[in-house]
Design a protein around this ligand. Structure first.
Ligand code: BTN
Length: 244
């Protein structure tokens, strides 16, 4: 696996996307930045991170073959891979908040931004951007953020962690494309935040709160929620937010 380490960059996702457009790059190439000053998050948000403390990196995945039948599978695999690696550090209460935030308890420690680009009519590539809070200990104005160091009460070696996560992603993608992808959706469900628990959500179109119980996600990444009227509704990313 090829690693490119940058001292400072606006966004590792944008850098890797440009690199790919102008060059032939190996599948699983990883770009990691010590200081990312204009990181992009989901829903048009930015991703703030303290220099040198955390992992901000992007991985290039070429033409993920299962994407047509299961567009959400890559999200499943990436989230589950991060959880599997973090579990080896004996971190308790790790969960995946749909669609792909990684939480410890109620606090977010990692975010994932997957961007797909078509290269021609037949094939596309994915840029998997991961921001993982590792050794940062102060999160001003971010009461729902935390880091591994805050939970474990010690600093971690970022490079070792980076390699473990990238190797795990590659291993899991290979497993899914050559053997069985079903187990990943099951694993994703087993770590899913608030699954089976009555919870409150906000409908972003109406701004109205509503109650429901998460049942799981579809292959297309929609969240299945059992509503109070006993029907199951499907929600796309951005259509609801969690109230917690
Ligand atoms: C989220 O909103 O939770 C997703 C955050 C993704 C942040 C990562 S940091 C590395 C990569 N480069 C970016 O500009 N964003 C992603």
């Amino acid at each position: 696996m090829k690693y490119i380490t940058l001292e400072t960059i606006d966004s590792t996702n944008d850098f890797l996307k440009d690199l790919k457009r102008n060059n032939d790059i190996e599948n699983y190439t990883v770009v990691v930045a010590n200081n990312q000053y204009d990181g992009k998050g989901q829903r048009g948000n930015s991703w703030e991170t303290e220099s040198n403390k955390n992992l901000t990196f992007s991985m290039f995945i070429d033409n993920f073959s299962l994407a047509t039948t299961s567009p959400f599978l890559l999200n499943n695999i990436i989230s589950v891979s991060i959880v599997e690696v973090l579990k080896t550090y004996n971190i308790p209460k790790i969960q995946i908040k749909w669609p792909n935030d990684i939480l410890i308890g109620n606090k977010k420690i990692a975010g994932i931004l997957i961007e797909n680009s078509w290269q021609n009519n037949h094939s596309f590539f994915s840029i998997i951007g991961i921001g993982l809070n590792v050794n940062q200990c102060i999160f001003e104005n971010l009461p729902k953020a935390s880091s591994l160091a805050l939970v474990l009460k010690k600093e971690l070696d970022k490079t070792i962690l980076l390699k473990k996560i990238c190797n795990k992603i590659k291993e899991n993608i290979t497993f899914c494309t050559t053997k069985n992808s079903y187990s990943f959706i099951e694993n994703y469900h087993s770590y899913l935040f608030k699954k089976g628990i009555p919870s409150v959500f906000i409908n972003t179109a109406t701004n109205e709160p509503f109650q429901g119980i998460i049942q799981g996600v579809t292959n297309f990444g929609e969240l299945k929620i059992l509503l109070e009227n006993e029907t199951v509704a499907l929600f796309k990313n951005k259509e609801i937010v969690f109230y917690y």
